[in-house]
Design a protein around this ligand. Structure first.
Ligand SMILES: [Zn+2]
Length: 277
């Protein structure tokens, strides 16, 4: 099939315009010190989450945690006299600490996930974030690797495409899964993909998830729509939400006539907010 024949092109554009990509926050856990909600936190993270809820302190990784072993300290910047965080370590962020540069308007050119109590959702910077694919169709790997590299470069987040994941790794902590297949939001809709983050108290992100509808993935690497869709959903998995419809951003709520493959000015600022530069 010739992807560039006018007929095929029109079909693809129709799908494109109708495609609604929605962010899905796969878990919004506002737990803090509430015992009932804390029950919902995986046991191995309860200490960490409780500590964050108390305002304090030590995010230890030790064995298997996503934070590095030892005395890594997450510093609560709201506590007077607290130590200055080491560069790159996780600490809570407030969106108001990221005033947009001239010409960019929050909610128009860019938007990011925030918790109900006003913290930015963001990943830690210290440990590699593997991005694993599941059921990737032939030809999809090149574009996924391209998208991951693009976002790693632009955000400074330690993202790395590590290839197909094992079945048990789909819900892995500290990682992003990209599944090519079905999702309930695809049923009876034109949704082309979903992506989201699991957000812990104060905006800590430990898990990201993307599902891409297989019929929107070209078997030919480099397809603009495949790349745009993959970038868009992966950005949801980094905590970025929608810019206005039809705007010149990958994160536009509705895409314009041409698939946006290059990151826009608003996209790049959002990646700065959730990133590690
Ligand atoms: Zn979206």
């Amino acid at each position: 099939m010739d992807y560039y024949s006018p007929l095929a092109r029109a079909t693809r554009i129709a799908i494109y315009v109708l495609a609604v990509t929605v962010p899905v926050v796969i878990a919004l856990a506002v737990v803090g010190t509430t015992p009932y909600l804390l029950d919902k936190v995986p046991e191995r993270h309860r200490d960490t989450v409780a500590a964050i809820g108390e305002g304090a302190v030590r995010l230890s990784g030790g064995n298997g945690g996503i934070f590095r072993a030892g005395d890594a300290r997450a510093v609560d910047t709201t506590i007077p006299g607290a130590p200055v965080p080491l560069r790159g370590e996780w600490s809570p962020r407030r969106p108001e600490d990221f005033p947009p540069p001239a010409g960019l308007v929050e909610g128009v050119d860019y938007a990011v996930e925030t918790t109900d109590d006003g913290y930015l959702a963001h990943w830690p910077c210290e440990q590699e974030i593997p991005v694993r694919s599941f059921d990737g169709p032939p030809g999809s790997e090149t574009d996924l690797a391209w998208a991951v590299d693009t976002l790693a470069f632009s955000s400074g987040l330690p993202l790395r495409y590590t290839g197909p994941g094992a079945p048990g790794e789909k819900e892995a902590e500290g990682a992003i899964s990209v599944t090519y297949g079905d999702h309930p939001d695809f049923h009876g809709t034109d949704v082309a993909g979903v992506g989201g983050v699991a957000i812990w108290p104060r905006g800590l992100v430990l898990q990201g998830s993307v599902t891409l509808r297989r019929e929107h993935i070209s078997p030919l690497a480099g397809d603009a729509w495949t790349r745009s869709l993959t970038l868009h959903e992966l950005m949801h998995a980094l905590g970025v939400t929608h810019a206005v419809p039809y705007g010149p951003e990958v994160m536009a709520e509705r895409p314009g006539h041409q698939p946006q493959v290059l990151l826009g000015y608003g996209d790049r600022f959002a990646l700065h907010m959730v990133g590690c530069h």
